[in-house]
Design a protein around this ligand. Structure first.
Ligand code: TXA
Ligand code: MG
Length: 336
């Protein structure tokens, strides 16, 4: 499985055609190429090549029972991969694609079972990133891609995060700088009635309901076991840094100082404009708005891991709907 991993730099808005052709060729030959999307970096393989998709699972150490999302450039390509394209799929695709929404639909036979973890549905999305779209075009095939991290680790929002986890295990990384969204796509299951939210993300449940009416939300803690069965990526411990992450009540400052005084190497993920703490405490401040917070969260966790802290104290974001996806990821990172 040892490969030498090429780092290929591309412009995020106008990726160089020759570089994209080279990456597309790697995918067509069964290789693994990490690429940016508007959410996080994905680890891509030709979705129609069973062996290639198998090697994604090997590179990540991903359990075979966790299906991967297929990325396409247009609705019409999505429709070729499914055996039913309900009106709700058309409405959601029309409204949110390209964008951070993955639709789960009954799969067509051409989609290998390794993609869907043996199931009869496939998750599909059109990513809103010029490099991702150019890669799909260059490869000429749909691209299966989970987040480009080792299984259970924090998702990558920069090429360096991908390299840290997967160097020597994949063929190339397309480096187009930091991703803008920062959290993985919303996953909604349209293969059943009513539709069901499997993973909250940057497209909110309310926005989806405004288009297709009420959907089921099973997002309590701990995550309901039927959601885990329906979408194994929803298993409780996930997106976790090396350090133990603790969600503080309130801004977390007192807890940070308490740990610091007991000689724990502590990192603080603060919100807004926190009060000062001793300089030995690694403090990363994230914005008090969900979009900015989401964009910076994973890079902050990667950074605190690099700094070698043992404990990360996170200021608890508000309990409102707009923070649902952030709270979901923090809760998972803190579990276990
Ligand atoms: O934003 C994203 O979604 C990123 C970028 C690369 O597109 N991808 C991503 O993939 O986060 P991954 O593999 O880390 O998460 C995919 C999630 C998992 O929770 C998985 O269980 C669920 O989608 N999923 C995939 N296919 C499914 C299916 N057929 N039915 C139910 N859930 C599915
Ligand atoms: Mg993932």
């Amino acid at each position: 499985m040892q490969r030498s991993t090429l780092m290929l730099s591309v412009s995020p808005l106008t990726p160089d055609a020759a570089t994209m052709a080279r990456a597309g060729e790697m995918l067509r030959r069964g290789g693994l190429v990490a690429f940016p999307t508007e959410t996080v970096y994905g680890l891509g393989a030709n979705a129609l090549d069973e062996q290639a998709v198998r090697s994604i699972f090997a590179a990540k150490g991903r359990p075979a029972n966790n299906p991967v999302i297929v990325h396409v450039a247009r609705h019409e390509e999505a429709m070729r991969l499914v055996s039913a394209w309900p009106a709700d799929a058309e409405r959601l695709a029309e409204r949110f694609w390209p964008g951070p929404l993955s639709l789960v639909l009954p799969k067509q036979n051409i989609v290998p079972l390794v993609v869907t973890a043996g199931g009869d549905t496939v998750a599909i999305r059109v990513p809103a990133h010029p490099v991702a779209l150019a890669l799909i075009e260059a490869a000429g095939v749909p691209i299966a891609a989970p987040s480009a991290n080792r299984s259970m680790a924090v998702s990558p929002t920069r090429a360096e995060h991908v390299l840290k986890g997967l160097d020597g295990r994949i063929d190339a990384i397309l480096d187009a700088g930091p991703t803008s969204g920062g959290l993985e796509s919303t996953v909604v299951d349209l293969s059943r009635q009513p539709a069901r939210l499997l993973r909250p993300g940057l497209v909110s449940a309310e926005e989806i309901e405004a288009v297709i009416g009420p959907i089921e939300r099973l997002q309590q803690s701990p995550v309901a076991s039927d959601v885990i069965l329906a979408s194994p990526g929803m298993m409780e411990r996930h997106y976790a840094p090396q350090a133990t992450l603790e969600l503080a009540a309130g801004d977390g400052r007192e807890r940070v100082l308490e740990l610091h005084h007991s000689a724990v190497r502590v990192g603080w993920l603060a919100l807004g404009e926190p009060a000062a703490v001793p300089p030995e405490i690694h403090c990363i401040v994230l914005p008090r708005a969900p979009a900015g917070y989401s964009a910076g969260l994973y890079a902050a966790l990667h950074r605190l891991d690099e700094l070698g802290v043992e404990r990360i104290i996170v200021a608890c974001p508000p309990e409102t709907a707009e923070w649902l996806a952030v709270r979901d990821r923090l809760r998972r990172a803190a579990a276990g």
